[in-house]
Design a protein around this ligand. Structure first.
Ligand SMILES: [Mn+2]
Length: 339
């Protein structure tokens, strides 16, 4: 049982530290995790806009381009994979990233240089790697957590900032349909709608719209669907993508789709990337936990949604990971009678 008043004080201490840390610097790097989702991009762009409103010079760092689901956000076109020469950040704000490695090569030189880090996140797997850690696992998204921080910085939540934050909320909560949604999530969403955010438009852009190529890729994956001991999975070899002419991987909601099968307790999609690395996305029904397995494989996430990237070959990766998932499902089903 957590004590609400203690928690409030803890947050206030951290936001005071945050304010002081930001007051003392001019050039700030904002970094988010590799394979960025709408919460990663929405949080980075929202904080970028807020810090710019405070008169700070910023650079937004991320490995790889934002997914097409986030391209529409203000500042998304400023996200870069390296600090521009001549810009020397004095502080690094890490967003939505459970550990330093997930910040990718974009932030690596700054981590090596040892500049102070402000770690803002909501993942239960967060390793508290910052000089200041603002980690609240009760927030449904990093974007949700950011609202009180932006308030504490005295920055007005403009329509642009609100759209970025809503994209993060809608992304991580699958349009307010996950168990992580709380009354606070709705209170924050209501505030953003009051500022003028068109929630239907954001949900459409973040969740519903899909390219024709992505649907074709799903078709290929679903043609080879497996289910064993409550574990459902698909794998897409690089060759298959080439055959379809789908070279650029967009983030995949495939693992969420798989969990629609009523026989499934956990799902996994394995996608072979260019270069042979295997990108794995996990989803679980309540009662199961795919955070631990992702973490043990060098990834991160939440109990019900996580991911990682591991070495190939694809067949071996599928074999090893499915075996571990089956063991987990069998163990949980035995201990709880869940089926
Ligand atoms: Mn998130």
């Amino acid at each position: 049982m957590t004590c609400p008043s203690l928690k409030m004080n803890w947050m206030m201490t951290n936001t005071t530290e945050l304010r002081e840390a930001l007051d003392n610097v001019q050039r700030i790097a904002i970094a988010t995790h590799v394979d960025p989702d709408p919460d990663a991009i929405g949080s980075a762009t929202a904080l970028g806009l807020a810090l710019r409103a405070m008169g700070k010079d910023i650079v937004l760092l991320c490995d790889g381009p934002p997914s097409p689901r986030s391209w529409f956000l203000p500042l998304a076109n400023e996200i870069t994979t390296a600090v521009p020469s001549g810009f020397e950040p004095e502080l690094l704000v890490a967003l939505d990233s459970s550990d330093r490695e997930r910040l990718g090569v974009a932030a690596a030189p700054l981590l090596e240089a040892g500049i102070p880090i402000i770690n803002i996140d909501h993942h239960v797997t967060n390793l508290q790697y910052g000089s200041i850690n603002i980690v609240n696992v009760e927030s449904s998204a990093t974007a949700e957590l950011l609202v009180s921080l932006i308030d504490a910085l005295g920055v007005e939540i403009t329509l642009d900032i609100a759209r970025c934050l809503m994209a993060g909320l809608v992304g991580d909560t699958r349009a307010f349909s996950t168990p992580s949604v709380t009354p606070k999530t709705f209170a924050i969403a209501a505030r953003l709608v009051e500022v003028g955010v068109d929630i239907a438009d954001i949900v459409d852009r973040v969740h519903t719209r899909m390219s024709f190529d992505q649907l074709r890729l799903w078709g290929l994956a679903l043609a080879d669907l497996h289910l064993q001991d409550g574990v459902i999975w698909v794998s897409v070899p690089q060759q298959g993508r080439e055959m379809l002419g789908v070279n650029r991987l967009t983030e995949n909601g495939l693992s969420s789709l798989l969990l629609n099968a009523k026989e499934a307790c956990v799902s996994a999609s394995f996608i072979e990337k260019d270069g042979g690395q295997i990108e794995i996305s996990f989803r679980a029904r309540p009662g199961y936990n795919v955070a631990d397995i992702a973490l043990s494989l060098g990834g991160g996430g939440h109990a019900l949604a996580s991911g990682c990237t591991i070495a190939g070959p694809l067949d071996q990766a599928v074999h090893d990971v499915v075996y571990r998932l089956r063991k987990h499902v069998i163990k949980v089903s035995k201990s709880t009678g869940v089926s």
